[in-house]
Design a protein around this ligand. Structure first.
Ligand code: SF4
Ligand code: SF4
Ligand code: SF4
Length: 778
């Protein structure tokens, strides 16, 4: 079998996908396709690149990078990676290994993407291994009758159609092997070319997409989470939704496994009404997909605030984006910490070998413990919460200072201004504190809404003022902190793709906009919700995942309704979807791939470049990583880019140090119908770019949703949104509009006179040729 697979793979690599799609006869009347189907149900190669190695898709990457060139923004001009250094790379100088600043930036980007991908890969490996142990490797991948293309990313990248949990493990093995090669390229004295570093970063991003699909599918089937359900329930979210009259268990992180044991134990003992189990970050989203008993506190931005509030009796941490000073913080409030994951042991002794009762006693004595045997976490967390609830009675109210206490603390402020200087968002922290000296708390209340509780201000405060605690208390007193979010629904159904495929490809649905995780927002959560609202009103399809999906639920209209209560959870024009946690971002690229497959009948298996080429030229999708913070976000964004999906990052996103920008001049494509290379409008204009504020971001979205293949009707709709958004937020016409109007038929009827006047001033001429079947693969 293995030998056959190798031979088949060699054949496949040798011949082009276009030939293969015609079912090339290779033996008598049997086609390659039939032969593979007959002999191996699992591996269904149709394209030239199943399980691509590091350089197999380099040809596609170079096509992208030739058009969208890396633009670097160094943060630091030193390199300290090896003992040759540290090396000064400023002013054109090279390091002792020969690396220059540009290469070093490219290497840093690859390193970030490798870290992010490794993080998701290890998370998903843990999920798959846990579920195989629990359910067996032959446990079927059954996503229900509405989903036939069950894992579009895995199919396209690996050529595999996964049928069981065991198949998912094989996919992970491929990704882990590739990741090792990529990471090794960042070692001193390895890769020496910027574009090759970037090609490797794109490879890492693609692998990240694969492993996230592995992990989300595994948990959807293994933990019976929603399988693309349109009607997933809208659930409670927010600090005020937590019943503080009960013992509270707070789960923080991204890996749902320990939470499932807690929920199972509560159900087994009939304690659902007696205990609150809630979460922060993606673990919370997954816990609500697992059980309606779980509650969501909110996104990452509320982490330190909620810990400081002291509401949680027990804090269970799994992995990723958790404050590494969690032990110190928990100690301040008398909460105990249970670490449950090998990525975050926190220097604690592993108590797994002890009985649950012994673990409970040790944690009561020591305040924290490491329990790597997650099956014990259920009982340990629940029983600890019941004990601590009694012993901490009265303590919760004292964790945060009252208003008089805040005033007294504020009076210690020397007005040195360091809090303002170190705040990543340059908030007026000091001014809020000065007002609080006089008992005026409005500024602190306003700060609460925008602050993401990083704690940098207070770590710099020369009077050691607990600024986050002060902000938290005022916020809790001044705001109603009850919100709603739709539980994560998982993948997009095939039937939804069938309905929207044509309108998206011809541009009649103005675009699919994905808001991806992290809460490093420049100005609070509200901006994200306002962007989503504007787009939903304009009939875009909006998909959110991770912290972004929670943030959208934290804004209410004048009737007190969140966007999730106003817009349907269907993948259609004006639909607002919460796909789920960060892992579920895979369902966005998955939907784009499904459009290529279901609508355009492109074969997926092993056919990455052709599918990505289709998406780049036809599928008007754009990702917005407004609060991109972690290395995982870098990997997710770069993964979207390799599929041909542009990304907009917020102002903090430039700290990733690299954008992919075009020069905005005409692009070249090969037109398969006209059978020649032609010049076309510059769409999509950039692959990854940054916006300074949400208004700029909103105006970029319709532009980056434009595609060469847009029909006139579709393009005129995108132009309409581009112009009207620009006028709404900047009170003028877009300064580059002429580039995106190919002929007069692209001009929306309602804006005809205005746009024609503008075009006349710009000396605009209609294009002689409009692409019929554009491709970069020539
Ligand atoms: S990796 Fe190169 S640039 Fe960096 S410290 Fe070592 S020799 Fe210097
Ligand atoms: S905790 Fe809030 S106010 Fe303080 S530095 Fe961070 S974002 Fe700024
Ligand atoms: S850093 Fe502390 S002392 Fe200085 S202005 Fe801010 S709150 Fe006041």
């Amino acid at each position: 079998m293995v030998k056959f697979m190798r031979v088949e793979r060699d054949i496949k690599r040798a011949i082009a996908p276009t030939i293969l799609s015609k079912n090339l006869k290779i033996k008598g009347n049997i086609t390659v396709k039939e032969l593979i189907e007959e002999t191996d149900k699992e591996l269904k190669l149709e394209g030239p690149n199943p399980m691509p190695k590091v350089t197999d898709l380099r040809y596609w990457d170079f096509k992208l990078l030739n058009r969208y060139q890396p633009f670097y923004m160094p943060i630091c001009d030193m390199c300290c990676l090896c003992t040759y250094g540290k090396c000064d790379l400023s002013k054109g100088k090279k390091g002792a290994c020969g690396i220059d600043m540009k290469l070093q930036q490219a290497r840093t980007v690859l390193l970030a993407c490798c870290i992010g991908t490794a993080c998701h890969a290890a998370h998903c490996r843990h999920l798959v291994d846990t579920l195989i142990k629990k359910l067996g490797k032959d446990y079927p991948i059954d996503l229900g009758n509405s989903i036939e293309v069950e894992a579009p990313i895995i199919r396209t990248v690996t050529g595999m159609r996964v049928k069981t949990l065991g198949d998912l493990k094989k996919v992970l093995e491929y990704c882990e092997e590739q990741l090792t090669h990529l990471l090794s390229a960042t070692h001193t004295g390895q890769e020496g070319d910027v574009l090759d570093f970037e090609s490797k970063a794109l490879h890492a991003g693609m692998l990240d997409d694969v492993v996230r699909e592995v992990g989300d599918i595994a948990q959807i089937v293994g933990y019976r989470m929603p399988k693309g359900d349109i009607e997933t329930p809208v659930v409670d979210m927010g600090i005020n939704c937590i019943d503080t009259n009960k013992p509270v268990i707070l789960c923080i992180g991204h890996n749902v496994v320990p939470s499932t044991y807690i929920i199972d134990y509560m159900e087994e003992k009939g304690l659902e009404e007696e205990i609150e189990v809630c979460g922060i970050c993606c673990t919370a989203l997954d816990a609500t997909r697992y059980s309606s008993d779980a509650k969501i506190v909110g996104p990452l931005s509320r982490q330190l605030m909620f810990i400081r509030s002291g509401v949680a009796d027990v804090i269970v941490v799994d992995e990723q984006c958790i404050r590494v000073d969690i032990l110190e913080e928990a100690k301040k409030t008398g909460s105990v910490v249970i670490a449950t994951n090998d990525k975050m042991c926190l220097g604690l002794e592993d108590l797994s070998h002890l009985s649950e009762d012994e673990i409970i006693n040790r944690i009561l004595r020591e305040g924290a413990g490491l329990v790597l045997d997650e099956s014990k976490v259920g009982k340990v967390a629940v029983e600890l919460a019941r004990i601590l609830f009694k012993s901490r009675r009265g303590m919760k109210e004292r964790c945060l200072p009252g208003l008089e206490g805040i005033r007294a603390l504020a009076n210690k402020c020397t007005e040195c201004g360091w809090c303002n200087r170190v705040c990543p968002n340059s908030f007026d922290v000091m001014e809020s504190i000065i007002d609080a000296k006089e008992g005026r708390f409005e500024k602190l209340a306003d700060l609460y809404k925008r602050c993401y509780s990083c704690g940098r201000c207070e770590s710099e405060c020369e009077r050691d003022l607990p600024l986050v605690s002060m902000i938290t208390k005022v916020g809790e007193l001044y705001h109603s902190l009850e919100f709603r979010v739709r539980a994560g629904r998982g993948p997009i159904q095939d039937v939804e793709i069938r309905k929207v495929g044509a309108p998206i490809v011809f541009g009649e649905i103005p675009g699919v906009v994905a808001f991806a995780g992290c809460t490093n927002y420049p100005n609070g959560e509200e901006e994200l919700a306002l962007m989503a609202k504007e787009l939903l009103e304009r009939k875009y399809i909006v998909v959110a995942a991770g912290c972004a999906s929670m943030s959208i639920g934290m804004w209410k209209d004048k009737d007190g309704k969140t966007l999730y209560e106003k817009y349907p959870g269907e993948f259609k024009a004006g639909g607002l979807i919460n796909a789920g946690p960060c892992l579920s971002n895979c369902h966005v690229s998955g939907a784009a791939i499904k459009i290529a497959n279901i609508f355009a009948k492109l074969p997926l298996e092993g056919n990455f470049a052709q599918v990505a080429d289709y998406i780049l030229n036809r599928v008007g999708a754009v990702g917005v990583a407004w609060g991109a913070m972690s290395q995982k976000a870098a990997a997710i964004a770069t993964g979207f880019n390799r599929w041909g999906i542009p990304i907009i990052v917020g102002p903090h996103g430039i700290k990733y140090r690299r954008l992919y920008l075009s020069d905005g001049e005409d692009f070249e494509v090969y037109d398969k119908k006209l059978k020649k290379v032609i010049k076309i409008d510059p769409t999509p204009e950039h692959l990854i770019t940054a916006a300074e504020n949400f208004k700029e971001c909103l105006c970029m979205i319709p532009k980056l949703c434009m595609r060469p293949n847009d029909g006139n009707k579709g393009r005129s709709m995108k132009v309409y949104h581009y112009v009207t958004l620009y006028e709404k937020y900047f009170d003028c016409m877009p300064p580059d509009l002429e580039k995106f109007i190919r002929t007069e038929r692209d001009i929306p009827f309602m804006l005809k006179d205005k746009i024609m006047g503008y075009l006349k001033e710009k000396g605009w001429e209609p294009r002689k040729e409009i692409p019929q079947e554009p491709t970069l693969l020539y």
